[in-house]
Ligand binder design. Structure first.
Ligand code: NAD
Ligand code: DAU
Length: 376
């Protein structure tokens, strides 16, 4: 009798969706989860928080790539939604469908050079897209903010450019100087305004330059790795004297995890690697690593270095003071730069298909438009 009941019961059940079997503790939206940093954040959350439902919302622009998430795409606590944050209806519907507890907002146009050739796209995605998410969060949460959080991921570029001395702190005045950084600064101000005016529980972090696996090869390090691999020129803007503070992407994802869970509402946290390099020294170091990995004569890769016309309005130096994050939330970078760079090079050399799929597509047109004959 008991068996018959069980049998009937199982027959009468409607087909189960991925999430009906277990009550999830939290539902988190991660926007831009198919991009470079977003994919590392999605992976960390999916793996670390089996009882969270992680919804990756991404438009899949040229920079979004679901291949970044192949290893976790079938995880029971992960779901992908293709949507455009600029599209009010699409975003509203997703909030109604999932009723999220938190939003970790990474979706953006992220490349400074593209913001110089096409600023408007940056205004739509980075500013209007952020406002759409803020509005949708407000109307979904209906001013009942218990257990809710809107976390906006931003950049150190909002603070402008440093001279040879000093660091950006959370109190440094905003001074964005490219269309990209101006659009990010604007979105930061809007997040703060929604926190102040409407009480929306929001937190912001501003991070320095990331590097590591899955970095789109329009950015300096992966572009150079690809060119060195193929014995093509490495384009260095100006004299290569500009300084960036590099952080391994997984350390950024770890910081996002602690800030999302333990950061204070209304606060800003700076995240940096305490790892400053001039572009030319960084590329020389990378060339050494590549010569070694590819069994080339020392100096072979460095011979590809080519100085090209400088980026318009090129910020001289970024350097982050992460004391607040380290003291308040106990975060610190886990990797030394040399180790991170080796891991990164190994990843690119072992993931030829990932790289070739990108560089064989529209990237070719972008590269020729950007660098012309100067870096063939
Ligand atoms: P990325 O360009 O690699 O990825 C951006 C992702 O956003 C892509 O998957 C893309 O498809 C998606 N996206 C773009 N427009 C969208 C839209 N309208 N709707 C939905 N999805 C859209 O960028 P990244 O380097 O991973 O940067 C992620 C975030 O971190 C950005 O907000 C960026 O400003 C910030 N940030 C980046 C760095 C860095 O060094 N890369 C440093 C500090 C902060
Ligand atoms: O500081 C954080 C920012 O870092 C993020 O907000 C941005 O999304 C991210 O793209 C990055 O911006 P940068 O402009 O610093 O990164 P990029 O890799 O484009 O350039 C790094 C440095 O290298 C910069 O000084 C410009 C220079 N460069 C870049 C490219 C692509 C070259 O010399 N040659 C190149 O071909």
């Amino acid at each position: 009798m008991f068996y018959i009941y069980l049998f009937n019961f199982s027959l009468s059940l409607p087909p189960q969706t991925k999430f009906e079997t277990k009550k999830m503790k939290k539902t988190i939206f991660i926007t831009g989860g198919a991009g470079f940093i977003g994919s590392h954040v999605v992976r960390l959350f999916v793996k670390k928080y089996a009882d969270y439902r992680i919804i990756n919302i991404d438009k899949l622009t040229y920079a979004g790539n679901l291949a970044n998430l192949k290893d976790i795409e079938k995880a029971p606590n992960y779901i992908f939604e293709k949507a455009d944050i600029v599209n009010v209806e699409q975003i509203k519907n997703l909030f109604v469908k999932y009723n999220p507890d938190g939003v970790i907002h990474l979706a953006a146009e992220s490349h400074v050079d593209r913001s110089i050739s096409n600023p408007t796209e940056f205004i739509f995605t980075n500013i209007v897209g952020t406002v759409n998410l803020l509005n949708a969060a407000r109307s979904c949460w209906k001013d009942n903010y218990e257990g809710k959080r809107f976390y906006h991921i931003s950049t150190d570029e909002v603070y402008g450019s440093l001279g040879e001395e000093g660091f950006f702190t959370e109190n440094t005045a905003y001074d964005p100087r490219s269309p990209y950084s101006a659009s990010k600064a604007s979105s930061d101000h809007l997040v703060r305004a929604y926190n102040h005016t409407f009480g929306l529980p929001a937190v912001i972090s501003n991070c320095s330059n990331n590097y590591g696996p899955n970095h789109f090869p329009e950015k300096l390090i992966p572009l150079a790795i690809n060119n060195i691999k193929n014995m093509k020129s490495i384009p260095i803007y100006g004299k290569g004297e500009n300084v960036r503070d590099w952080l391994y992407v997984i350390d950024h994802a770890r910081a996002i995890d602690v800030i999302f869970h333990n950061g204070r509402d209304g606060e800003t946290y700076n995240i940096g690697g305490n790892n400053e390099w001039t572009n030319i020294d960084l590329i020389r170091k990378l060339c050494e690593v590549m010569d070694n990995k590819l069994n080339r004569e020392p100096g072979t890769s460095a011979s590809l270095i080519t100085f090209v016309q400088d980026r318009a309005g090129h910020d001289l130096r970024y350097a982050i003071d992460s004391t607040k994050l380290m003291k308040e939330l106990g975060w610190k970078p886990s990797l030394q730069f040399e180790e991170g760079l080796e891991k990164t090079v190994d990843w690119y050399l072992n993931n030829v298909e990932w790289l070739n799929n990108i560089v064989s597509g529209d990237y070719k047109k972008y590269y020729e438009g950007m660098y012309g004959d100067k870096a063939k």
